[in-house]
Design a protein around this ligand. Structure first.
Ligand code: HEM
Length: 237
């Protein structure tokens, strides 16, 4: 039992590290600059993807049996999202800070505070992610805290990134706004992948309101459309 628990943390940890490294490579290609700044963006994006995965696993396993095996990793993947989020906040508040640790809170309050609140929610979820907390709080309250905590943290992160990066998102949506060289692959900045992922989660969760059959079709169509849109942005436009 204990061995299985530890193994689940190891697998979730390896998944998180692979995600951070993979997204770091994408960010380096997209921005053309390696270093701490690219690592920071990759940690921020990984937090969003890890927490989004936690939210997606429920509906995906309800709609498609093939995702059932992954459900048991939800808690561990959620915990990893706290650590990547913590490293992102540490980097922006200390090594990368231009005006001291609190500079961003006065210059960009509408994005910095929601980001900090998201980290605090993830911290609370981390603290109560153990058997003692489940016993002390009671299974029902514990489950409600986890359920709403993950959703509130995700909404705060989505708000944080859209407020910060709305110009980049808009310029990718408007054809002609991004300078293109014919025959060259244009890697969209990570924020475009992130924005699409947030959209995908919203669509999949809302589609469940229409019943399982419709939700399955909507999930497949939306996933394929987003992939095609990305391929168009990278190779064709
Ligand atoms: C758990 C907490 C947080 C998460 C998950 C998070 C997530 C994100 C995401 C997804 C992005 C967009 C990355 C991209 O450009 O692709 C981002 C960017 C950014 N965040 Fe956060 N954030 C958090 C907390 C904070 C806090 C508290 C601050 C400020 C003190 C902050 C400052 C920034 C800055 C400055 C950027 C722009 C980075 C760049 O473009 O180089 N974040 N964050």
């Amino acid at each position: 039992m204990l061995r299985n628990d530890i193994l689940q943390y190891v697998y979730a940890g390896l998944f998180a590290v692979a995600l951070v490294l993979g997204l770091y490579e994408v960010e380096v290609i997209a921005s053309g600059a390696a270093g701490l700044s690219a690592l920071n963006v990759s940690l921020a994006a990984s937090t969003l993807f890890l927490l989004g995965t936690v939210l997606l696993l429920g509906p995906l396993s309800r709609l498609f049996n093939r995702f059932d095996w992954a459900l048991k990793y939800r808690k561990e993947v959620g915990i990893m999202s706290f650590f990547t989020g913590f490293l992102h906040v540490y980097l922006v508040m200390f090594p990368l800070a231009r005006n001291g640790p609190w500079g961003l809170y006065s210059s960009r309050p509408w994005s910095a505070y929601p980001g900090l609140e998201a980290l605090i929610v993830l911290f609370v979820l981390l603290i109560i992610s153990n058997r003692y907390a489940t016993l002390a709080l009671g299974a029902k309250l514990w489950w409600q805290l986890q359920y709403w905590g993950a959703r509130i943290a995700f909404a705060l992160i989505a708000f944080h990134m859209v407020v910060l990066k709305q110009k980049t998102i808009m310029s990718w949506l408007i054809p002609g706004d991004v300078p293109v060289t014919p025959g060259v692959v244009h890697y969209p900045p990570l924020i475009i992948w992130e924005a699409q992922f947030v959209l995908l989660i919203l669509v999949i969760r809302l589609s469940e309101l229409l019943g399982a059959k419709a939700a399955r079709v909507i999930t497949i169509v939306t996933s394929v459309s987003l992939l095609l849109m990305m391929a168009w942005a990278m190779f064709l436009r």
